[in-house]
Design a protein around this ligand. Structure first.
Ligand SMILES: NC(=O)c1ccc[n+]([C@@H]2O[C@H](COP(=O)([O-])OP(=O)(O)OC[C@H]3O[C@@H](n4cnc5c(N)ncnc54)[C@H](OP(=O)(O)O)[C@@H]3O)[C@@H](O)[C@H]2O)c1
Length: 223
């Protein structure tokens, strides 16, 4: 939803979908304006030049593989066992979550991106190309051309891109790694009440994380 907002602001046309049906997205579409419409997941998949998959990881096998064939699919998903339930291969580190997504979308080109920044900073830290306080985000994928496409989208939406390798390498931006979420946020003061913490989360500007810092953080990841 936040990505759709950034995309519309960048002049792109977006087609949104969810599991409950296009009519449930009417308010959001109205708010986004003429560059947005809603459709079923199959229709949205077919409509997109680039498709962003942002659903709970536990539902990844519901992504419409046939409709997504030959497309570049940006996977923003993360694995949280408490939320997603245990997914075979992920707790052992045998596979990255994006490798599972790629296996399901065998005829698509999966690029992992946007997974390591929280939705609030995603919108407030976006900056035009060349801005001194622009942040960078890691991306990973097995298809070089798809990564170029994804990097172009990042650029249009307000971010530099750092290619961190293949989907196998994408563990370096998964939850718990140095580049995951925290560097993009200011340090939260101690002792906040629940309401204060919520206000802090929504009102505190992000911290710019430039290309070189992303590279350092990604290199510092350990398993
Ligand atoms: N939130 C963040 O700040 C953030 C940041 C980085 C990465 N991520 C990752 O992005 C993924 C989504 O996170 P989220 O916070 O956006 O979760 P979410 O709000 O629970 O889900 C996002 C959307 O997915 C739709 N959806 C759920 N199941 C679906 C299905 N089977 N088919 C089609 N649409 C479906 C939901 O709508 P319906 O329920 O109406 O279908 C909802 O609009 C997660 O893996 C998360 O870790 C989130």
């Amino acid at each position: 939803m936040l990505l759709a907002r950034l995309a519309v602001a960048a002049g792109l046309d977006v087609v949104l979908s969810n599991s409950r049906g296009p009519e449930t997205l009417a308010d959001l579409v109205a708010e986004l304006g003429d560059h947005a419409r809603a459709a079923t997941p199959q229709e949205a998949a077919r409509a997109g030049d680039l498709v962003v998959a942002t659903i709970p990881l536990k539902a990844y096998e519901q992504l419409p593989a046939a409709a997504l064939a030959d497309k570049t699919v940006i996977d923003t998903m993360n694995y949280y066992p408490d939320r997603d339930g245990a997914i075979a291969g992920l707790d052992t580190g045998d596979s990255t979550s994006s490798e599972l997504v790629q296996r399901h979308l065998a005829d698509s080109r999966v690029v992992k991106a946007f997974n390591n920044i929280d939705f609030r900073r995603l919108s407030t830290s976006a900056r035009p190309s060349g801005a001194p306080d622009r942040s960078a985000l890691p991306l990973a994928g097995d298809d070089p051309a798809a990564k170029v496409e994804a990097a172009r989208l990042l650029d249009a939406l307000g971010y530099d891109a750092v290619d961190i390798g293949t989907l196998t390498d994408s563990w370096r931006s998964q939850p718990g790694t140095p580049v995951y979420v925290q560097p993009y946020m200011a340090e939260r003061p101690e002792g906040l009440s629940r309401e204060e913490a919520e206000r802090w989360f929504f009102q505190t500007p992000g911290v710019p994380v430039p290309v070189d810092r992303v590279k350092e953080l990604v290199d510092a990841a350990t398993r």
